[in-house]
Write a protein of this length. Sequence first.
Length: 123
Amino acid sequence: MSKPTPNKLYDSELKIMEVLWKNGDTKAKQIADILLEEVGWNINTTYTLIKRCIKKGAIQRIDPNFLCHALIPKEQVQEAETDELINKIYDGSADKLFAALLGRKKLSAEQLEKLKEIVGELE
């Protein structure tokens, strides 16, 4: 079972976290510049979301220069989001999610082999 995130991170907050996971410790101004380019957010929107992430315990503010440091790893958030999806949409059944994913498109022999390896590791 995965370790829960400090508080649920919403899509907008995850955009902030993605910048930190990709770039490591980053100044708030640089995050704002990146998200202005990628999403079109103004600096006030970005700073508000950074402060929300700090309040939730996902980011640490380091002064001077308002340097942002991710306190939770991406894998932890991925696990929590996956658990939430499985519980909400698939009645807590990971095999139903797996079947739904596999049924969506034709997989190559290489992809099928990789999935067999993953399942084999879990056994």
